[in-house]
Design a protein around this ligand. Structure first.
Ligand code: UDP
Length: 324
């Protein structure tokens, strides 16, 4: 299969490109290298069947040509990370909405199998113990920038589902929960690479808020396997599917775990949310996926547990590549 991966130089995209190449597919990565990094593709740049295209998903002519000349598309290009979203709201909204709009239009024109990457952020402030795909999305006020990201991704999802219903586009929406692993940078706010970098450099490990908020971290190898499976699953067409892991950990316990596994002398310090992000910032207390749908559709079961996840990120930082 000839596969196009938008945002393929990013953390998840570059791992996905490796998975697809290893299966024998031809892979083209489209990336503007705004948050993606060329070094993420180091391991595959010379692989037969691999091609890199530098460009913006808002460039309609380029995107149309690429969609036309590939059989399937993973659309991962997006403004990413809570910090970037808070700092660059125009960029976030524009690239998330316009880019996906363009992509879906061309995918429908050439009838290309498509996976749209979405995020658990769309569940917003939902207080359910495990989020199910048909749960309500409970977002905050439009004056709170965080919600711009969720709202833009909700529009992407609505559009994808509409293209499926009206034009029978074979499209699936994957809602990714906290995904971590080698190559993820802490530059855009993600907690695990930040903690590991802080621990290894002897800086204070910064826990935001009281640290009792919980997350479930999934290893990128599990997540990319799920994305590859969903793209090919006929029963997943027109569906929204959670992808992640279900092992919950509080952020304070995560900090302790990173400190212990790195053997770091760093202190764990608590930083109020207003200081860490912006005044009035709303964090999400608990975020856990209900994975029954992914299990039913593609027999998905995450394999890497939390210690394994921590160790793979620590090892990556230790070998000097995790620069930020
Ligand atoms: N967080 C933290 N210290 C940091 C970065 C993040 O305590 O240096 C917290 C953040 O406030 C959130 C959790 O870790 O409660 C997960 O943050 P991340 O941005 O990785 O993911 P998301 O908030 O999107 O789930």
């Amino acid at each position: 299969m000839r596969v196009l991966i938008t945002g393929g130089a990013g953390f998840v995209g570059s791992h996905l490109a490796e998975v697809m190449l290893a299966r024998g597919d031809e892979v083209t990565v489209l990336d503007d290298l705004s948050t993606g990094r060329f070094v993420n593709l180091d391991g595959i740049q010379r692989s037969p069947g691999f091609r890199f295209v530098w460009g913006d998903i808002r460039d309609e002519r380029l995107l149309e040509e690429l969609v036309r000349s590939h059989e399937a598309v993973f659309h991962l290009a997006a403004a990413v990370g809570v910090r970037l979203v808070v700092e660059r709201p125009v960029l976030t909204i524009e690239s998330n909405v316009r880019g996906t709009e363009n992509l879906l239009r061309f995918a429908a024109r050439y009838w290309r199998r498509t996976l749209i990457a979405s995020t658990s952020e769309v569940y917003g402030k939902s207080e359910r113990s495990a989020f199910r795909e048909d749960d309500d999305c409970i977002l905050g006020a439009t004056s709170k920038r965080r919600w711009a990201y969720a709202a833009s991704k909700c529009v992407d999802e609505f559009l994808a589902l509409a293209y499926h219903e009206e034009m029978r586009l074979p499209v699936v929406v994957a809602r990714m929960f906290n995904t971590v692993g080698p190559r993820q940078t802490g530059r855009y706010g993600m907690v695990l690479p930040r903690f590991v970098r802080q621990a290894l450099s002897g800086e204070p490990i910064t826990v935001y808020g009281d640290g009792r908020q919980t997350r479930c971290f999934a290893h990128v190898s599990d997540v990319t396997r799920a994305l590859a499976g969903l793209l090919e699953c006929a029963d997943a067409e027109g569906e929204v599917v959670n992808v992640g892991a279900t092992e919950e950990v509080s952020i304070l316990d995560l900090a302790r775990m990173v400190k212990e596994r790195t053997g770091s002398a760093s202190h764990i310090v608590k930083v109020p949310f207003d200081e860490a992000y912006a005044a009035g910032f709303e964090d999400i207390r608990h975020r856990k996926p209900d994975l029954r749908k992914a299990r039913r559709l593609i027999a998905y079961r995450p394999k890497v547990d939390l210690p394994g996840i921590d160790d793979s990120v620590i090892a990556w930082f230790r070998c000097g590549t995790g620069a930020s």
